[in-house]
Write a protein that binds this ligand. Structure first.
Ligand code: SF4
Ligand code: F3S
Ligand code: FES
Length: 246
């Protein structure tokens, strides 16, 4: 057992960091230490968690400024003399301590039109190629931790962009459906005009923080951008738009 210095955000949006000396045992993760703080020094510390296995996406926080799951952040990965600062996700309003209001993400999820099979298509009519199955499976690993949404600079420091930009998690959903061979809806125009795909300048920060190692930028955002560009620069689409067909 050793003692470590923790700085933890306390209060709402106007809160502040509080310093604690806390016991740490071998094999523990940051969430264990937060639980020890609750048990010994700060019974009212608000922290969201559920599975403690990196699978529910509840314990998203920022540790030393980096968006991470508290239950997957091993204490052994910090330097012995390094103090550890735990703050709530910066992109979303703080409710209290480490708990944020992430309802922005649920609003964005609702805006994406659901899977749209071609008219008359019956269950069992269609067989998917393995490559298409694998693409969807990669995106479906998402645990909705919203760390990618938190880190993306388009909304992290720009509240004013939130209305126009859905964020990487939801552009990935649009890409999944756009690239799905049995989805009949054309999602290119709405991805660009309503979900704000053009705001993404492929910095890849979203991919770097994803605990499921989903290649959000390379496998979802860039292919979706390519499809949008194909549509924009297709001379037939251009002509159709000029004569009011599309
Ligand atoms: Fe979290 Fe990755 Fe899903 Fe984003 S894509 S919400 S980082 S699991
Ligand atoms: Fe943001 Fe990811 Fe694009 S971090 S800018 S959505 S590549
Ligand atoms: Fe479920 Fe951390 S508690 S992902």
């Amino acid at each position: 057992m050793t003692k470590r210095t923790f700085h933890v955000w306390r209060g709402g949006g106007e809160g502040d960091l509080a310093e604690y000396e806390v016991e740490v045992n071998e094999g523990e993760v940051v969430l264990d230490v937060l639980h020890r703080l609750q048990a010994t020094q700060t019974p009212d510390l608000a922290v969201r968690w559920n599975c403690k296995a990196g699978k529910c996406g509840s314990c998203s926080v920022e540790i030393n400024g980096r968006p991470r799951l508290a239950c997957m952040a091993r204490m052994s990965t910090f330097q012995p003399d390094e103090s550890i600062t735990v703050t709530p996700m910066r992109t979303f309003p703080v409710i209290r301590d480490l708990v944020c209001d992430v309802s922005f993400n649920y609003q964005k999820a609702r805006e994406i039109p659901s899977f749209t099979p071609p008219e008359g298509s019956e269950p069992g009519d269609f067989r998917m190629a393995q490559a298409d199955v694998q693409r969807s499976q990669e995106f479906r690993k998402c645990i909705e931790c919203f760390l990618c949404q938190d880190v993306c600079h388009v909304i992290r420091d720009h509240e004013e962009n939130k209305e126009a930009f859905s964020g990487p998690r939801f552009l990935m959903r649009a890409a999944e459906l756009e690239l799905h061979p049995e989805d009949a809806a054309d999602r290119r125009k709405i991805s660009q005009e309503e979900f704000g795909l053009g705001y993404c300048n492929i910095t890849k920060c979203c991919t770097e923080v994803c605990p499921e190692n989903i290649k959000i930028t390379d496998n979802a955002l860039i292919p979706l951008k390519e499809r949008v560009a194909d549509r924009q620069y297709d001379p037939l689409v251009w002509l159709g738009s000029k004569i009011g067909l599309r």
